[in-house]
Design a protein around this ligand. Structure first.
Ligand code: 6GU
Length: 225
């Protein structure tokens, strides 16, 4: 899968996507993540990418020209499954949306800043608008990093233990059960005996029960649908 990200702050995303699983996914060729600096596309003398908003009011708006030129160039080179705009007024990301995006071949993600981008860019190019939660961030970059991480880890082969991504929290609308590693006894805090029993069926049942219990307690909304 190829993911193009348009941003005025590529450095902010770079670090998040070049470590651990995301790094390996790219090295193994499962994902190609390309950052485009919107400023590089500005034809303005001072390479500006924003301007005052019509109608007045505080806050700058990202202008059409550099973003449209960059998107149009990319669109002339390949077909995008979706052109996503990261914005607090988008649809709040959930596992189902990440699953759907992970089935695509080419994604383009636009990160906004200031008061956002000129509405006409959204009208002309954007097919999906995504938020990562009910709070406001300074820009779409951290949201894009979250979105891309959640998508790329779902691409078959990215996570070495094939079953691992499938047993994550939310994958089956349940939170994950508690996990333990050595030592068996930490200052009297002991590992549940059943996990040491070697009885796979009992362990599986125990994990399911704990997952259900945790979900009822912390996220009952997940059990509604
Ligand atoms: Cl994607 N962008 C911004 N600026 N704020 C957000 C967000 C995105 N998601 C939640 N808050």
């Amino acid at each position: 899968m190829r993911i193009d990200i348009l941003t005025i702050l590529p450095e902010l995303i770079e670090g998040a996507l070049n470590h651990s699983i995301m790094k390996r996914a790219q090295e193994k060729g499962h994902a190609e993540i390309i950052l485009h600096n919107i400023r590089d596309y500005s034809t303005h003398r001072q390479k500006s990418v924003d301007d005052y908003q019509y109608g007045g009011g505080a806050g700058m708006v990202m202008t059409i020209q550099p973003i449209a030129d960059c998107i149009e160039k990319l669109m002339s080179e390949r077909d995008y499954d979706d052109i996503i705009y990261m914005t607090p007024d988008g649809k709040v990301l959930d596992q189902g949306m990440s699953n759907t995006f992970s089935l695509g071949k080419n994604l383009l993600i636009l990160c906004g800043h200031y008061k956002g981008v000129d509405q006409r860019l959204r009208d002309i190019f954007i097919t999906k608008e995504v938020s990562i939660g009910s709070y406001v961030l300074s820009g779409g970059e951290l949201g894009a990093a979250v979105l891309v991480d959640s998508i790329v880890r779902l691409i078959p082969g990215v996570i070495s233990d094939e079953t691992s991504a499938l047993t994550d929290s939310f994958q089956d609308s349940l939170l994950a059960p508690p996990v333990y590693t050595r030592p068996q006894d930490y200052k009297g805090h002991i590992v549940p005996q059943i996990l040491l029993s070697g009885d796979d069926k009992k362990i599986e049942d125990w994990r399911f029960e704990r997952a259900l219990e945790r979900t009822k307690e912390r996220r009952p909304d997940l059990l509604e649908d």
